[in-house]
Design a protein around this ligand. Sequence first.
Ligand code: NZQ
Ligand code: ZN
Length: 390
Amino acid sequence: MLGNFMYSNPTRLYFGENAVSFLAGELKNYGPKVMLTYGGGSIKRNGVYDDVIAALKEAGKEVFEDPGVMSNPTVDKLYEGCKIARENNVDLILAVGGGSTIDYAKAVSVSAWCSEDPWDKYYLRMEAPDNRIIPVGSVLTMVGTGSEMNGGSVITNPAQKLKIGHVFGDNVMPKFSILNPRYTFTVPKYQMVAGIYDIFNHICEQYFSGTDDSASDYIAEGLMKCVVNASRAAVKDPENYEARSNLMWCATWALNTLIAKGKTTDWEVHMIGQAVGAYTNATHGMTLAAVSLPYYRHILPYGEAKFARFAKEVWGVRTDTMTAREAAEAGLAALEGWMREIGVVMNTKDLGVTEEMLGGIADATFLLGGGYKKLTKEEVVDILRESLNA
Ligand code: NZQ
Ligand code: ZN
């Protein structure tokens, strides 16, 4: 393990079919006013809303509802949520939904009492909060982002055509999260599959960096194998509890900082994917899927040994008689086969990208240097073009 690091994760998790029975007890740790934040209404159709309201009642809370958090939450919605939180002086934000709802709740938590424009402060200038932070708790209903146990909060500014994530610290991470795999049974297949690819790519973003022998890589390989295995079962039968529960637990561990320890981490697929999202408002996991293979093929020569290991350890490719290059390519071929099998979007054309957008998307892509090759803007355009025509 390289590097000197601190590991801490303050989020308390309740996992399993009975997880929501712990909600009322958790709520008692906070003041009486709770802002109940949720999305477009799925929780009212599948009964999750009723479970949550029952727990809020049991804990004797006064509830301020904040519905309508859209996928890829916008800065305008953030301003609206800040107003509700501030005017009612809420003691807790309870986010019930997927990554969008939980990310948004974290953004409101640091922004409600911020005297400046939170978009400028947290997303453009990347400053840390120095004002009152409202605690956040979550009830997870859609698996993928890991937002239930991390400090990530991604907000989209449609006018500026920017989608930016700020990774806040321990003080902003959910204080608790309720993880009931059954709550995910009603997620539409397109979203479920996008979430599965999101999990897998979070692991890749951390795995495809560094050349040392690292415990994080071995954990990552185990998680990737579990995601692939569970994805096949969940695609066949979305109500397979074993599969949905494994996906939920893997998603949480894929992005709660554990497997980033000792790693430089890449995150370039996410940077390109988020820029695609800023231009198209497409589903997050699908933006990643559409640009992944062109990106990985592009950087393969710089990280050949790791891609060869990926083939052998994750996909069980018999690489003994292959050259390193052949093994590395076989790993990406196996990845492609699985992506097609579960049915992710394989090109950005299907997400609404056009040739005219490529320059703008490349401009909106942050170029990081933690992976095997730091890209230039021209390389991003090449990757985007390859994805467009894939
Ligand atoms: O809004 P509702 O009606 O709830 O519908 C949602 C939404 O349409 C639906 N859904 C969620 N749970 C459901 C359900 N439908 C039926 N039954 C259920 N149980 O699913 C749709 C997608 O939900 P959303 O929250 O948007 O998806 P996801 O969890 O993928 O979150 C995406 C957002 O998270 C950000 C993304 O950029 C995007 O903005 N990310 C956050 C990260 C983090 N916090 O660390 C990291 C990720 O890389 C990602 O960037
Ligand atoms: Zn992601």
